[in-house]
Design a protein around this ligand. Structure first.
Ligand code: CAA
Length: 380
């Protein structure tokens, strides 16, 4: 068993690390304060191959695999968590198009995402009345000749106002089992009937964009369906399996940035005649955080390695997401505590890390949903 990245994985990791440390670290505070979408940075990430890390070169990706993707996301999240979530959703949408789309759909959209010609791509599953209970969605696609007419709305859509293409889940069968009547569709930016709603004013990840979407008699051609009729829910779940590795990686990155900030402060700040890092109370907190983040990292890379090997990884992805997100929040909490009052103001980055980490136990499935997924697989 090897715990070191391969040469090509290390190259992707180093590319991401160098961009994050050289560019994103300096910008992250300003992007957060101005709630500014990092369009230019996303384009640069696309130029580095990071918008399709696990997508074939033929479609403009880096073809570097799921482990390299996890490593890259950890690095980008250390630089700017908002940028990393946008990158994560772009990668998830690109992979979903590759895995479930026709060759024509993949050719049409994936190179736009991997090249950065699309600023972003979106995943439209949640609605205002249903997040965890995804199968309860109410958006409807009604047959109309050879195509479809879409009506309904979506909530919490990452990059929805910047996306060149949005995967939208809709009910195509209104009778029968909830999950089985769901299909998924590709909606293009600017489609007639697509409305961009409220821009959420979030606690953290403020440079990422989160909007609601509405669909009013939005006409879709036959070939806008992704996958087969009724396959939509399974596509969503499969996409989220991979997406959760992305969020686990993001959480490891945010937690690591908080730990590094806490270590810097613990060395510099003096109290009672010595650096506060000399006090055992702080040393133990920092030791626990380092241990927990190391474990989170290994869980995340294990899930990614299973995915890369083509083995089942649903449970392992949920374990990684659950553990990494919870421990990232703890890391940020400790980092604020180490900073004392300075951790509570925006002069130091830990205040931002604390806000950014918070949503990682919520989106792409709450910690409670991850436990449902893990327990169900255990008891199967
Ligand atoms: N892969 C493939 N298929 C799967 C699957 C998986 N991992 N999990 C379930 N399915 C299939 C099942 O096999 C089943 O099909 P059959 O009936 O043919 O066997 C079908 O899907 C329905 O499954 P369930 O009965 O298990 O469905 P459920 O209603 O009980 O829901 C759930 C299960 C795990 C709670 C699911 O609803 C869930 O994951 N909820 C959370 C949703 C979520 O994570 N949303 C995140 C939104 S996106 C986001 O946050 C992105 C962002 O912007 C950052």
């Amino acid at each position: 068993m090897l715990f070191e990245p391969s040469e090509s994985q290390a190259l992707v990791q180093e590319t991401a690390r160098s961009y994050a440390q050289r560019t994103l670290v300096k910008l992250a505070t300003r992007l957060d304060r101005e709630a500014r979408f990092p369009a230019a940075q996303l384009k640069e990430l696309a130029d580095l191959g990071l918008m399709g890390v696990n997508v074939s070169e033929a479609l403009g990706g880096a073809q570097a695999g799921a482990v390299a993707y996890a490593l890259a996301t950890m690095e980008i999240a250390q630089g700017c968590a908002s940028t990393s979530v946008t990158m994560a959703v772009n990668n998830m949408v690109a992979e979903t198009l590759v895995n479930f789309g026709t060759a024509a759909q993949a050719q049409k959209y994936v190179p736009e995402i991997t090249s950065g010609r699309f600023e972003a791509a979106s995943f439209g599953l949640s609605e205002s009345h249903c997040g965890s209970d995804a199968a309860a969605l109410r958006t409807v696609a009604r047959r109309d000749g050879s195509g479809w007419v879409l009506n309904g709305s979506k909530q919490w859509i990452t990059s929805g106002d910047h996306a060149g293409v949005i995967i939208v889940w809709a009910r195509t069968e209104t009778a029968g089992a909830a999950a089985k009547g769901i299909s998924c569709f590709l909606v293009e930016a600017g489609a007639k009937g697509l409305g961009i709603g409220r821009h959420e004013d979030k606690m953290g990840l403020r440079a990422s964009s989160t909007v609601s979407l509405s669909f009013e008699d939005l006409r879709l051609s036959e070939d806008a369906m992704l996958g087969a009729p009724g396959q939509g829910f399974a596509i969503a779940m499969a996409a989220l399996d991979g997406g959760r590795i992305g969020i686990a990686s993001q959480a490891v990155g945010i937690g690591s940035a908080a730990l590094q900030a806490a270590l810097r402060y613990a060395r510099d700040r003096k109290a009672f005649g010595k650096p506060i890092g000399d006090f055992q109370a702080l040393r133990f907190m920092l030791a626990d955080v380092d241990t927990e983040l190391a474990a989170a990292r290994l869980l995340t890379l294990r899930a990614a390695a299973l995915k890369e090997a083509g083995q089942p990884f649903t449970r392992e992805g949920s374990m990684a997401k659950l553990f990494a997100s919870e421990k990232a929040n703890r890391a940020c909490d400790v980092a604020v505590q180490v900073h004392g009052g300075y951790g509570y103001i925006d002069e130091f980055p830990v205040e931002r890390h604390y806000r950014d980490a918070r949503v990682t136990t919520v989106y792409e499935g709450t910690s409670e949903i991850q436990r449902v997924v893990i327990a169900r697989d255990l008891l199967r």
